[in-house]
Design a protein around this ligand. Structure first.
Ligand code: AMP
Length: 207
């Protein structure tokens, strides 16, 4: 199963991707998580990415494409993979076409008015990258692995507005790009996590 999840920041791609990857036993490839790992390691790429991420801008296509291309060659992708946060530009999508063929593009639709509140309420685990809504948390530790929960540096109101505008101009056109290929499934992302998961599973069970 070769999938990608598309949707604005705060649509729930990461949470839903984690569920789908466990259920279908496929590799979760989140370019955001990969970049944050580079930042944590203090690499040159990490320090370049940090500035762009915190400004709500995209990391250059050539860097991201090279990163994903080598990730897709790893053994855990043999049974399938789910791309979360990639591609984000037309150039990335065209490069991906030269590497693999996607079975499905899950397009999680959430109106802009919900996004800022959702993102500012988001907490992520520093160990397993699990994503949680602060308002639903019962403890200050990750319920998946016990790791510490933090607010991402780019989950501030100011940065979110820039990320939403980058999504509108650079990433949203990919919905049409993949629709023309006949592989888009639109999913209403405004419901509960469980109801969105059910809607996604209904589509993926048919592949
Ligand atoms: P995410 O965790 O997917 O929300 O990504 C966080 C940030 O990482 C984005 O706002 C971008 O700055 C950067 N990033 C992640 N994926 C990509 C990508 N495919 N292309 C360019 N920048 C990316």
């Amino acid at each position: 199963m070769q999938l990608m999840f598309l949707g604005p920041p705060g649509a729930g791609k990461g949470t839903q991707a984690q569920n789908a990857c466990v259920k279908y036993d496929i590799a979760h490839i989140s370019t955001g998580d990969m970049l944050r790992a580079e930042i944590k390691k203090g690499t040159e790429l990490g320090s370049k990415a940090k500035k762009l991420i915190e400004a709500g801008k995209l990391v250059p296509d050539d860097i991201i494409i090279g990163m994903v291309e080598s990730r897709l060659k790893q053994d855990d992708c043999r049974n399938g993979f789910l791309l979360d946060g990639f591609p984000r530009t037309l150039e990335q999508a065209k490069a991906l076409d030269g590497i693999v063929s996607l079975d499905k593009c899950i397009n999680i639709v959430v109106p802009n008015k919900h996004l800022v509140a959702r993102i500012c309420d988001r907490r992520v685990c520093t160990e397993c990258n699990g994503t949680f809504a602060l308002k639903l948390l019962e403890s200050d530790q990750c319920e998946l692995c016990g790791g510490s929960l933090i607010q991402r540096a780019d989950d501030t109101e100011e940065t979110v507005l820039s990320r939403i505008s980058v999504y509108e101009t650079q990433t949203k056109p990919l919905v049409d790009y993949y629709r023309k290929k006949g592989i888009v499934a639109d999913i209403d992302g405004t419901g509960s996590i469980e109801s969105v998961t059910k809607d996604i599973d209904r589509v993926l069970d048919k592949i």
